[in-house]
Design a protein around this ligand. Structure first.
Ligand code: KG4
Ligand code: ZN
Length: 333
């Protein structure tokens, strides 16, 4: 019955989780609100807040799970990819914790962990499956052959889907991170009210920068004619831009399903919390007979439960790292 402590600190969420024999017993997430005023995550501030939050988060995760520190068999931590200063806090904490308790240390790839969040609850996908991983920093289609055998078959050539949401929101005067707010307004609007161009990128890769520019000009031109355009049409504008981003994602996944012959499709990462994307995937399941896997909301955005479950599967394989380990700002799946 291995007990694994998971630590996540790659961006602006400090999170700790306890996993006992593959079951998540706690998942504590401390959000950082200091970045709101800056319209994006400020790396230097993020590391400082991680430093303040990490011990209380771990303490609460252990209490919530009703385990004792001495029961913990290994500590798993996000080694990358992410902001180096933020990763250093989690990595250093995990190393000290492992050293203090004389237990093994497990390094986890954050993007693999987003995908492995599908192994927390039932139903679990069977290998191989496809995963659309969409976050603030990444947009990828991954062919998942096994827990730690993943092939990147498509990715963004510029902005990530989460960035496209956040930048569109910024143009609409919404606070950071704007993705969830676009989602909220979109629920009240007509997705066909305004048409935005679908980027024509070959293969399974994505591009969102052209769409971003088209959206910028659209907002500017509409406001020139009617300064209160956004106040009057916020819901339709949000529904329309969300609809375009979601169709770009779904069309590429459709292509990947066709090319690989794999029709088990999972979504992961912060943008998988988007209701438009979740609905589109459920529709695809009906229309094209895919088997789809959509994570619980709490396992979409950054969390340590996904790090703990990934750590559990590495623990079973006996894959540990030594005290010389250091974080990696860039690290492919
Ligand atoms: O995976 P995540 O929590 O952090 C990264 O590793 O990047 O993803 C954060 C991203 C942000 O861009 C945020 O705006 C987006 O996920 N996001 C959403 C929604 N919830 C989070 N985007 C659209 N709709 C949502 N409901
Ligand atoms: Zn993430």
């Amino acid at each position: 019955m291995p007990v694994i402590l998971g630590i996540e600190s790659s961006c602006d969420e400090t999170s700790a989780s306890v996993c006992v024999d593959g079951h998540i017993l706690s998942n504590v997430i401390a959000n950082q609100t200091v970045h709101e005023a800056f319209g994006g995550v400020v790396p230097e501030l993020a590391s400082r807040v991680h430093q303040q939050n990490i011990i209380p988060a771990v303490h609460k995760a252990i209490i919530d799970a009703k385990v004792s520190k001495k029961d913990i068999n290994a500590v798993a931590f996000t080694r990358g990819p992410g902001l180096l200063g933020s990763l250093l806090v989690g990595t250093s904490f995990a190393k000290s914790f492992a050293l203090g308790l004389n237990i093994p240390l497990i390094d986890v790839n954050h993007m693999q962990a987003h995908i492995l969040a599908h192994f927390i609850d039932d139903p679990k996908p069977k290998f191989p499956f496809l995963c659309l991983t969409v976050s603030g920093g990444h947009t990828q289609i991954v062919k998942v052959n096994d827990y730690f055998d993943m092939e990147l078959i498509g990715q963004t050539t510029d902005d990530a889907a989460g960035e496209a949401f956040d930048k569109a929101a910024k143009m609409l005067g919404l606070p950071y991170p704007g993705g969830p707010l676009i989602d909220k307004y979109a629920k009240l609007g007509n997705p066909k009210a305004y048409q935005f161009p679908e980027p024509q990128i070959p293969g399974l890769d994505f591009s969102f920068s052209g769409l971003k520019t088209a959206f910028l000009y659209f907002v500017r031109d509409k406001q020139k004619v009617n300064p209160s355009f956004l106040e009057e049409h916020m819901a339709d504008v949000c529904a329309s831009i969300q609809h375009r981003i979601v169709t770009v994602l779904i069309n590429k996944v459709k292509k990947a399903v066709k090319e690989t012959g794999i029709d088990q499709v999972a979504i992961a990462g912060g943008v998988s919390a988007n209701s438009g994307l979740r609905d589109a995937l459920l529709e695809a399941e009906k229309k094209w007979k895919w088997k789809v896997f959509i994570p619980k909301f709490e396992y979409c955005t950054d969390n340590a439960a996904m790090i703990a479950i990934a750590g559990y599967h590495k623990y079973l394989k006996g894959e540990f790292v030594g005290q010389e380990v250091s974080p990696l700002a860039r690290w492919s799946v």
